[in-house]
Design a binder for this molecule. Structure first.
Ligand SMILES: O=C(NCCc1nnc(-c2ccc3[nH]cnc3c2)[nH]1)c1cc(-c2ccc(F)cc2)cc(O)c1O
Ligand SMILES: [Mg+2]
Length: 214
């Protein structure tokens, strides 16, 4: 049977990256996506912006929406202080299975909890089932039409506190117009656009960083 792109990406990690070395896992995926097959990881260019935001926030509790193969999961987890936790939600079981192996290869499984399921179902369970109070940082990188409803859901569930940071991928390509309009016009958010490019291409894309004001 034919392999899938996530399976080929995992093979490239297992072949080219050193077990327990997160940076080599990130490099191996970027090299695979630049030289062999494009894949929808946040990538190296936007990844540097992600790294700088994570380092600045220095979060204790992070939520990632949309794990895919675990590329941004590894980038974020690699920068977390000891005892910090990253919860990442993935809807697609095939993506989740690959991501678990990529995260394990990087040696960061202690810092990461990958949960399979729909964000709309899981977000309301964060407090009770996952012992979360509020999130210091949320990285939105899942279905683009879920960014806005899930942000409103996080507000409603009391998962955001004054100063919580939302960082959203793909606000230009594929685009999240309703989400952008919301965080840029709402008095409850202070937003900033980081212009970049769609991973591994010259197409414009960017990250939107929004501070929840409470
Ligand atoms: O669709 C994307 N990302 C989403 C995958 C995903 N992976 N997991 C989910 C999920 C969806 C519900 C969920 N509910 C709970 N977890 C969930 C996870 N969605 C995506 C697409 C592109 C892209 C750009 C240009 C093109 F020509 C084609 C494609 C670029 C990107 O950077 C992306 O992130
Ligand atoms: Mg993305």
């Amino acid at each position: 049977t034919q392999s899938t792109r996530p399976q080929r990406l995992l093979s490239a990690v297992q072949k080219n990256a050193t077990r327990g070395d997160p940076c080599s896992v990130v490099k191996a995926i970027d090299q695979f996506c630049r030289s062999k097959e494009w894949a929808m990881n946040v990538g190296d260019e936007k990844g540097c912006i992600l790294d700088s935001v994570v380092s600045e926030v220095n979060p204790t509790t992070v939520l990632e929406l949309g794990t895919y193969c675990g590329y941004s999961t590894v980038r974020i987890a690699n920068l977390l202080p000891p005892h910090a936790k990253l919860i990442t939600l993935e809807f697609n079981p095939d993506f989740a299975a690959i991501a678990r192996q990529v995260i394990a290869w990087s040696g960061l499984e202690e810092k990461v909890q990958l949960v399979e399921g729909a964000s709309g179902d899981l977000i309301p369970k964060m407090k009770e089932d996952f012992g979360v109070k509020t999130f210091d940082l949320v990285f939105l990188d899942h279905w683009k039409d879920r960014y806005l409803p899930d942000t409103k859901l996080m507000e409603a569930c009391g998962l955001l506190r004054k100063g919580s940071i939302l960082l959203a991928d793909n606000v230009i390509c594929p685009g999240t117009p309703d989400y952008l309009e919301y965080v840029r016009s709402s008095p409850r958010y202070e937003s900033q656009y980081f212009k970049s490019h769609l991973e591994y291409t010259k197409v414009e894309d960017g990250l939107e960083k929004s501070v929840f004001l409470g």
